[in-house]
Design a protein around this ligand. Structure first.
Ligand code: SAH
Length: 330
């Protein structure tokens, strides 16, 4: 089967059957590292809402995990006077249950098409797009081939499948040397297109945060983590978290084609500092001196270039006529 089908099926099982987050789980994320992350995302939303003239709107998160970002963002938004209805896009029944513990009043949907159609939308997604399936194309001497996953003696392994037309490969990468891999994510492009179309018609903005690059580019970034360590992505499908780096360049182009303004991508570290992370960390450390070391460690982890600071990027889509959001220049 194509790599995209393997990744989609494996992740559907993986997320449906566990809570993957936290020290006992497989990986941790920025909102789980510190409350400051969700609070700043909430303040970003409240500031944009204020400068857009305080319209009635709906707030949504894609792939909310444990609901930590949403809960922290909501608290910060409420302090700024913004208390919108909350919509969560989540396919995993077990994670929906976790989210309901913190947000019993939220409304759940399987996909973006379930979001309200009559209000501007403020949408946040952290480490959501990296979990959506990627297609892999591999260069052989005579052209490009779809990468497939085969099963041989009970082992899964990648093999080159049928040749694909050169026209589906970005022109700048077509002549890459044999062995090169290109990833595309039709699923992510589909989500961003649907979001951008909603924003263009309804107004609002989307904040997309993930590890990634400004592509299209060559490279095989498919990875698996288990118990906070890298693992072989082809082994034990459904029991390891499969992710791929997000091509923000391609997603930005898709949003622009749909009529949205695109801000960034910028590095997560720069974005958080522009929003006042250092000041928030100092205030928290003053309020709880016993936890000052913990706050400083989180601040460092979220922003340091050797940690999450430049690996993670932030892209914001805004509806035509909406203000430039905080943290994106000027
Ligand atoms: N945003 C959270 C969790 C990231 S893990 C955080 O930062 O901590 C990825 C999340 O996306 C999980 O909640 C997972 O169940 C959800 N998810 C993965 N694939 C999905 C899909 N195709 N549709 C909806 N949600 C999905």
């Amino acid at each position: 089967m194509p790599v995209s089908q393997f990744m989609g099926a494996a992740n559907a099982h993986y997320y449906a059957t566990r809570d993957p987050l936290g020290t006992d789980g497989d990986f941790t994320t920025a909102p789980e590292i510190s409350q400051m992350f969700g609070e700043l995302a909430g303040l970003w939303c409240a500031d944009l809402w204020d400068r857009a003239g305080r319209p009635d709107l709906a707030w949504a998160e894609l792939g909310p995990g444990r609901g930590t970002l949403a809960a922290d963002a909501r608290r910060a938004m409420a302090r700024a006077g913004l208390t919108p209805p909350v919509h969560l896009i989540e396919t995993s029944p077990s994670l929906r249950a976790r989210q309901a513990e913190r947000m019993p009043d939220a409304t759940w949907h399987d996909a973006v098409d379930g979001l309200p159609a009559d209000l501007p939308l403020l949408v946040v997604a952290n480490e959501f797009l990296d979990a959506l399936p990627v297609r892999q194309l591999i260069r052989r001497a005579g052209g490009w081939h779809e990468r497939l996953v085969a099963c041989q003696d009970l082992l899964f392994l990648p093999v080159a499948g049928g040749q694909v037309p050169d026209a589906i490969i970005p022109a700048s990468l077509r002549d890459a040397p044999p062995g090169s891999v290109i990833e595309t994510s039709p699923a992510s492009v589909g989500v961003v297109r649907a979001l951008a179309e909603r924003l263009r018609v309804q107004g609002g903005a989307a904040l997309l945060i993930d590890y990634g690059y400004e592509g299209p580019a060559l490279g095989d970034t498919l990875q698996a983590v288990r118990g906070h360590a890298y693992a072989n992505p082809w082994e034990e499908p459904g029991n390891r978290d499969l992710t791929a780096h997000v091509d923000f360049g391609t997603l930005a182009a898709a949003a622009r084609a749909q009529g949205c303004a695109v801000n960034g991508s910028v590095f997560q570290g720069d974005w958080l500092r522009a929003l006042g992370l250092d000041q928030r960390a100092a205030a928290l450390a003053r309020a709880r001196p016993d936890r000052a070391n913990e706050v400083e460690a989180a601040r460092h982890r979220l922003t340091d270039p050797a940690q999450m600071g430049t690996l993670f990027r932030v892209l914001a889509l805004t509806a035509p006529g909406w203000p430039v959001p905080a943290g994106f220049g000027e």
